[in-house]
Design a binder for this molecule. Structure first.
Ligand code: 5AD
Ligand code: FES
Length: 346
């Protein structure tokens, strides 16, 4: 296993069979080596910097029905909300004061947020905060819509591909959704000049090592600026309620592999990772991650953006994720960067 990690470190790639061995191994020594090398590479390209993204969860309405997701249309128990323009702008104002220079507007695929509604909001944020990056994460939209939003001032778009294997994709999504459309959206976004984030869940039901290899190969083809991965966590009101969640070990192994395959990529230590282990995000940072996304949503809606069970940062105590994360970052040996944090290979 050691020689496989050495090869990944020195060449940035592996054959499918080598990747499979590394994905499936429980070898502690390999995990230690991956962490050491991933940290070395992240420090070479980004130093000790960790970029902050202020996450504003603008709507929990969603017309899609992804089997794994707590805000899927079929979940009648979900408590739905959407933020008004004023709410979103006051999140930005609050976030700017806290030092954020990237705002991420994320939400379900909510038909309310047409271009007519969104474009003026994006333009206003662009005007008020010329030194900030605007990231959108609002699912699949048309090429035309992506273009209007880009012209209004959006810089980046996060759209996890979720599963690059056709077989797995169709087990995780209803028949109306298509992997082809998902991929087309990602290529559209790239061609429009967005900095793009793709990614997938680790340990999703039915996911095999071969599926994960397909994800890595797709990422090599797409070459996104950001890659978001986190463990799958079951949600009690979905058909996957009784499925097993993704593990800390596999998620960390994949973060290490991603850092070595994509040395310049932006890699978040996700909330889901922090949810399955109290020090999950810290371990992520030590295994190549260089981004964290503290929650900036109004505290009154946080519990309602309920993608999976036991999500952290949703209680009153979390009114101040910024400070909490800064302490965690510094205690792990890294520094908070108060800048936009663009990808160095952009
Ligand atoms: N567990 C972990 N991650 C999830 N997501 C959605 N549902 C879950 C879940 N049950 C992830 C998806 C989506 C992102 C916003 O959250 O990958 O792209
Ligand atoms: Fe949100 Fe710690 S990061 S409470």
């Amino acid at each position: 296993m050691k020689d496989i990690v050495e090869k990944l470190y020195s060449t940035g790639d592996l054959s499918d069979s080598e990747l499979k061995e590394l994905i499936l191994t429980g070898d502690e020594e390999a995990a230690d080596m991956l962490r050491t090398y991933a940290d070395e590479v992240r420090r070479k390209y980004y130093g000790t910097k960790v970029f902050l993204r202020g996450l504003i969860e603008i709507s929990s309405y969603c017309k899609n029905d992804c089997i794994y997701c707590g805000i899927r249309r079929s979940n009648r128990e979900a408590d739905r909300y959407r933020l008004e323009r004023e709410d979103i702008l006051s999140c930005c104002e609050n976030g700017y004061g806290l030092g954020f220079r990237t705002f991420v507007m994320q939400g379900g695929e909510d038909a309310y947020f047409t271009d007519e509604v969104l474009v003026p909001i994006v333009s206003e944020i662009r005007e008020k905060y010329p030194d900030c990056a605007i990231t959108l994460s609002l699912g699949e939209r048309s090429h035309e819509s992506y273009k209007k939003l880009k012209d209004a001032g959006a810089d980046r778009y996060l759209l996890r591909h979720e599963a690059a294997s056709q077989e797995l994709y169709s087990k995780l999504h209803p028949a109306q959704m298509s992997l082809e459309n998902r991929k087309n959206c990602l290529f559209d976004l790239k061609s429009l000049g967005y900095q793009v984030g793709a990614g997938f869940m680790v340990g999703a039901p039915f996911q095999t090592a071969d599926d994960i290899i397909a994800d890595l190969r797709f990422l090599q083809e797409l070459r996104p600026q950001m890659i978001g991965i986190g463990p799958f966590i079951p949600h009690h009101n979905t058909p996957f309620a009784d499925e097993k969640g993704g593990t800390l070990g596999l998620t960390l192994r994949l973060l290490g592999i991603l850092r070595l395959m994509f040395p310049e990529v932006l890699l978040p230590a996700t909330t889901a990772l922090g949810t399955i282990a109290p020090n999950g995000r810290e371990l992520g940072l030590k295994t190549g991650c260089n981004v964290v996304m503290p929650n900036l949503s109004p505290v009154r809606v946080r519990k309602k953006y309920d993608l999976y069970d036991n999500k952290i940062c949703t209680g009153e105590e979390a009114a101040e994720c910024r400070g909490c994360l800064q302490r965690r970052i510094e205690a792990s040996g890294y520094t908070v960067a108060s800048e936009r944090g663009d990808c160095i290979s952009r």
